[in-house]
Design a protein around this ligand. Structure first.
Ligand code: HEC
Ligand code: HEC
Length: 207
């Protein structure tokens, strides 16, 4: 564990304690093993997805994780129903208490992210790398592989999920922070939407 991760787990422990002690209306977190069983159905064992359209959540920073939970709870982020599944993330978060979310954030931040094994087009990946360096790497450092940016992990995510979520950003269905929005729109204006496909191949190529 590096210093920043250490610091983050202390913070999440403090938040858990605060939630459990001071909020009379909150239930205690359910058994973590039971909780992660639910998630494993779509996000795989330890949060490493086996489904091309579903993201891996292993190694995610607690901050980004909690932000995602909040976005799904407020319905400010679109959801997708996976093939052969009955629920969406919106249904999943409804069943979680705040204490559950904090416990899950802590659990997944400590799991090792394993890049998804997948095919990619080398020429597109090369083009995507260039675009990433110019417009994205400032916040998604290390080619999008670092969790410490609190902006998700892009490198090695299943390509179906990358395509879905980048498409949602491009069409405006998923909201972006103001600063990312500026860069993203600049990229779209200069390069057109075809460049999204190059980015997908670039992130998929990092295995
Ligand atoms: C029925 C399938 C399903 C289950 C069960 C499920 N998820 Fe998800 N989850 C998804 C899908 C699909 C997405 C991405 C697309 C979307 O937003 O709908 C997602 C997205 C997420 C994200 C955001 C990932 C990112 O990169 O931004 C987090 C965090 C997450 N899920 C956590 C959980 C946790 C924790 C559980 C267990 C309590 C869980 N999920 C259970 C299908 C599921
Ligand atoms: C100024 C910082 C910044 C820049 C530049 C930026 N991003 Fe982001 N990005 C973020 C943050 C912060 C998040 C976390 C979620 C949010 O705030 O919307 C994020 C989230 C994402 C996600 C969602 C991850 C997930 O797991 O679902 C994707 C995909 C993404 N960015 C792609 C890009 C691409 C592609 C570029 C370059 C065109 C880019 N970003 C540029 C800050 C940035």
């Amino acid at each position: 564990m590096n210093r920043r991760q250490n610091y983050k787990s202390v913070i999440s422990l403090l938040i858990t304690t605060y939630l459990l002690v001071f909020s009379g209306s909150l239930v205690y977190a359910a058994d973590i093993n039971k909780l992660v069983k639910v998630c494993a159905d779509c996000h795989g064992e330890n949060g490493n997805s086996k489904i091309i359209n579903s993201p891996s959540i292993a190694g995610m920073s607690t901050e980004y994780f909690m932000e995602s939970m909040q976005d799904y709870t407020k319905s400010s982020r679109p959801v997708e129903k996976l093939k052969n599944k009955k629920k969406t993330m919106k249904d999943v978060v409804k069943k979680l208490s705040d204490a559950d979310k904090v416990a899950l954030a802590d659990y997944y931040s400590r799991q090792k992210f394993i890049p998804y094994k997948q095919n990619f087009d080398a020429a597109k990946a090369k083009a995507g790398k260039k675009v990433h360096r110019k417009y994205c790497d400032k916040c998604h450092t290390d080619g999008g592989a670092s969790a410490d940016d609190d902006a998700g992990i892009l490198a090695g995510q299943p390509s179906g999920y990358l395509k879905y979520t980048l498409g949602n950003y491009a069409s405006g269905k998923r909201e972006m922070g103001e600063k990312m929005g500026k860069k993203f729109k600049k990229m779209q204006k200069k390069k057109g939407d075809a460049v999204i496909d190059d980015l997908v191949h670039y992130y998929a190529s990092q295995q």
